[in-house]
Ligand binder design. Structure first.
Ligand SMILES: [Zn+2]
Length: 646
């Protein structure tokens, strides 16, 4: 405890051995991170230059030239460094580490004497720092650099990057606040708040916690800071999104916000910080706001894939039950942010509903953003694609195939850092309990009650619901294991050393609490039955009326043209269709597919008319569904998650 505030380390990192996730981590290590490094250095032929490293050289006075790129270009370097940190944590690699150390030294040289570190304002608009918080992402870039510095410190034990960022954060702390001569503002794109919280956790320095709280508390207060700075800039036009500041979740103070609005990534980064702060400080009103917003997002505005933000306009939330499948946005970064938020909600309250959403996003709407070999990426994650329709003006944001790189390259490096850090999401710990949130083959070494405990998790999840946990305390020890019983599972069985345990009376809010004296080599086997489930959307979701989606375990399925012929809209799944699931080792790096018999309407009866009074004839066709995350790895074609039901 520091001044009544909890600083206990809630997360523990597991070494991931899992077939499913280890493959993804290797893809990030061998493909995404090296490619991104080339991109940051403008060495990718045919791709738009990034200039991100060059911008730092110019800021350091080591190169002439002009700033180039987005105002938030620095954050690409930050996300690369953060992903590298997690990779080093998983496996030390002296070459990669040397490369990162060089970049960190470059950042140090680009840092201004007072601590300021931002290439756009240092190079392009010197003297104009902090004059457009609403649009220009200075605090956002600072936040990403702080997150990277914390990760790098934790991975390598080296303080250099952390010191650079503490100096910057200390400087930011002098600039912002309600005091005399300070700027009573906050960032236009939330990120600094959650980053300062991590910096506080890494250093124990309460100033960072207070600064994070300040940014959260000040947001949306009147007189409105964005109005004040706008006036100071001599701008008169109303803000493009809605004239107010819903886009930035700055329309009203955060505790009064009941509904997720505006830019989805901004919103979810903010909720992540709010949840983390509420967990640290015991702030009840902030906790309430988080819970209300959680219910709104996950019960009214979330796709079955864990995608969020259904409108391309402003990459934003819209209103309850508005979840169109084809004009969707569902940015990869927004699903990633949902994972961050869920993780923080679990610190606030141990409830399986948070881990369920975390798992949903992890196995579906986040990794769908990348192809299986890590070379191409989706920014937008549709649930229904008719490639021809992507030529329409109102669907141009929906790409029918993944793209190589983007000029606004937020998603690929964000996904890289998430995948590389998956080991941080599996377990958490309180003083005498260890919680298992995700079933991922891995091992951990931790301390409970002053004694070391090793846990080995073995599973073929998500294809198989059997999980074996071997628990080895250094000597016999009593503690609680909190096992998440997935929300999708309707039949969970647990045995310890071969004996059945009735978990029903031990289960509370999605976790089975098993307290006993654990002895070295105790073996617990969990079995979560994983039948194919037909999922229906709430009747208020107009887009899914009369349709059904297939899910097995945490995996949401889709149909692709390559398996099912064109025009997936003319495919009907009978209510009594037999659905078979089997593993195909050679398909899409090994997936469980769902097969069965569907029906199609015979088009020939229309006799080339567009409209006819007709009783349609149908015929039977075999169908095959594959995991949604793996769609579009076999060329361009139609895809749909929601299938007509007959
Ligand atoms: Zn993104």
């Amino acid at each position: 405890m520091i001044g009544g505030i909890k600083v206990e380390k809630a997360t523990i990192r597991a070494n991931v051995k899992d077939r499913f996730w280890k493959r993804y981590i290797d893809v990030v290590r061998n493909e995404v991170v090296p490619y991104q490094w080339e991109a940051l250095n403008d060495r990718i032929l045919g791709a738009e230059p990034s200039h991100a490293i060059e911008n730092f050289r110019i800021a350091a006075g080591e190169s002439d030239g002009e700033f180039y790129g987005m105002v938030f270009q620095d954050s690409d370097v930050a996300k690369w460094l953060e992903a590298v940190a997690y990779l080093l944590e998983e496996k030390r690699d002296s070459e990669l580490e040397a490369l990162a150390d060089d970049v960190i030294e470059l950042l140090g040289r680009a840092q201004q004497p007072d601590g300021y570190l931002n290439t756009y304002y240092t190079v392009k608009e010197p003297g104009k720092r902090w004059t457009n918080l609403r649009d220009n992402h200075e605090l956002y870039c600072a936040g990403h650099l702080i997150e990277a510095a914390v990760a790098y410190f934790q991975a390598t034990g080296k303080r250099r990057f952390l010191d650079i960022m503490c100096k910057y954060a200390d400087y930011i702390g002098t600039v912002f606040g309600r005091g005399e001569g300070q700027i009573p503002g906050y960032d236009g794109h939330q990120e600094i708040e959650l980053a300062l919280l991590k910096l506080y956790e890494a250093t124990g320095n309460e100033n960072y916690l207070k600064l994070s709280q300040y940014f959260i508390d000040q947001r949306g207060q009147q007189p409105h800071y964005f109005d004040q700075e706008k006036e100071a800039r001599g701008e008169t036009k109303p803000f493009w999104y809605d004239g107010g500041y819903r886009y930035h979740q700055a329309h009203i103070p955060v505790r009064e916000q009941k509904q997720a609005v505006g830019h989805a990534v901004r919103a979810l980064y903010m909720y992540t910080a709010m949840a983390g702060l509420a967990a640290k400080t015991g702030d009840e009103s902030l906790k309430q706001a988080c819970q209300t917003l959680w219910e709104n997002v996950t019960k009214r505005q979330m796709y079955i894939t864990g995608g969020v933000g259904s409108s391309a306009f402003g990459e934003s939330f819209t209103f309850d039950f508005d979840l169109p499948n084809d004009t969707v946005y569902a940015e990869t970064c927004a699903s990633i942010a949902l994972v961050f938020w869920a993780r923080r909600m679990l610190e606030l309250e141990m409830d399986g509903k948070y881990a369920d959403v975390m798992e949903r996003a992890l196995y579906n709407g986040t990794i769908s953003g990348m192809d299986l070999d890590g070379k191409r990426f989706f920014y937008v994650n549709p649930l229904e694609v008719w490639p021809k329709a992507c030529e329409r003006h109102d669907k141009r944001h929906v790409k029918p195939v993944r793209q190589k790189w983007f000029s606004c390259a937020c998603c690929p490096p964000n996904l890289a850092r998430l995948i590389a850090s998956i080991g941080h999401y599996i377990y958490s710990q309180t003083s005498d309990a260890l919680f298992v949130h995700l079933y991922v083959g891995s091992n951990i070494q931790t301390e409970i009650g002053g004694r070391s405990v090793e846990i080995v998790q073995e599973t073929n999840y998500p294809w198989d619901g059997t999980v074996r946990l071997t628990i080895s305390p250094e000597s016999a020890q009593e503690f609680t294991l909190g096992l998440r019983i997935p929300g999708w599972c309707r039949g969970a069985e647990v045995t310890i050393n071969g004996e059945n345990v009735d978990i029903a009376p031990l289960t509370k809010k999605g976790y089975a609490y098993i307290r006993r004296v654990w002895r070295q080599g105790d073996e617990m086997v969990l079995h979560f039955s994983m039948p194919v489930e037909r999922i229906k959307a709430h009747p208020q979701v107009r887009a899914n009326a009369g349709k059904v989606a297939l899910q097995r375990g945490p995996i949401v399925y889709c149909l692709e043209e390559v398996d099912n012929e064109p025009n997936l809209a003319n495919l009907f799944l009978p209510r009594d269709a037999q659905l078979e699931a089997h593993f195909e080792p050679d398909l899409l790096e090994g997936v469980v597919v769902i097969t069965g018999t569907a029906e199609r309407v015979d088009e020939s009866a229309w006799n080339d008319e567009l409209y006819r009074p007709i009783e349609p004839r149908t015929y039977q066709v075999p169908f095959r569904a594959i995991p949604y995350y793996a769609w579009c790895n076999r060329g361009e074609g139609e895809m749909t998650v929601w299938v007509n039901e007959k």
